[in-house]
Ligand binder design. Sequence first.
Ligand code: NAI
Length: 316
Amino acid sequence: PRDGPAGRAVIVGSGLIGRSWAMVFASGGFKVILYDIVQQQITSALENISKQMRELEKSGMLKGTLSAEKQFSLIHGCSDLKEALEGATFIQECTPENLELKKKIFGQLDLMVNDDVVISSSTSCLLPTKLFTGLKHVKQCIVAHPVNPPYFVPLVELVPHPETDPSTVEKTYALMKKIGQSPVKLTRETDGFVLNRLQYAVISEAWRLVGEGIVSPTDLDLVMSDGLGMRYAFIGPLETMHLNAEGITNYCERYREGMIRVLKTFGPIPEFSGEIEQKISQAMCENTPKSINLRREWRDECLARLAKLKTEMKSS
Ligand code: NAI
């Protein structure tokens, strides 16, 4: 059979994020077509996915109910875009973060797709109005921004264009759920979406605190990894407020004034350059004396185990 039981997903761009998406879709039983303009990228993606799936199966961390072999058999490479799109139910674009390039690709897709398929972009920063305005199939277009690595960090931000049809949002939401991701809906675009706006708020205060010499770069990171981050892996900042008092209203009663007082002392937007940059860079290099790649592998292993723990905690 040409299609998996769930549908057919086409990955446009088989780099880091495209590969990860391919594995996520296959874990959900989708037939997956990996497309790229560079044939070597498709070949190395398939090799890499096969190896990763076998390792994940061995360590008991393969997603989905199908075996690694079965999941891998759902994924096929294709270097012809028209052929790749045949029978597609969902397209996930994962090409480099370059507006002109992406616009060119969406222009091509616009000429080739039917009126049903969802065209979704993995972009982390480009706004839907920049990417999709003027396309004939704009109703079917949406941003589905994953978090690296999507295989272990399930969040996906869904960001519509003003002309995106509500049914496109609903279809994408349902599909993301089905493949085990955790979608959130934005009602409209905003620069940085939600995840990066939160992340930048944290980064800028971290930068200021280190810049003012109040805490060392290493200790700053510990405040998150051994402090705030411990609970943030399970409950968000709003539920944290709710649980840290007798509900939100009580939290606001107790802490409103203090929060506003502290917030008023926040400094201006950092330059993210110069002496502070050097200080932080030096500290990070000292902390990660081995290779950055080894540390990344360790991080991904931690995330994989955390993902497993979160699943166990949900079902108990
Ligand atoms: P990458 O550079 O690893 O992969 C891009 C792939 O696109 C390459 O294989 C390249 O050959 C291919 N490509 C280039 N032009 C093409 C074309 N015209 N048609 C088809 N394929 C083409 O990039 P990466 O990191 O996978 O990023 C892809 C997208 O995902 C970007 O928009 C990025 O912002 C987004 N993203 C990346 C995250 C990350 O941490 N790397 C996290 C979340 C989103």
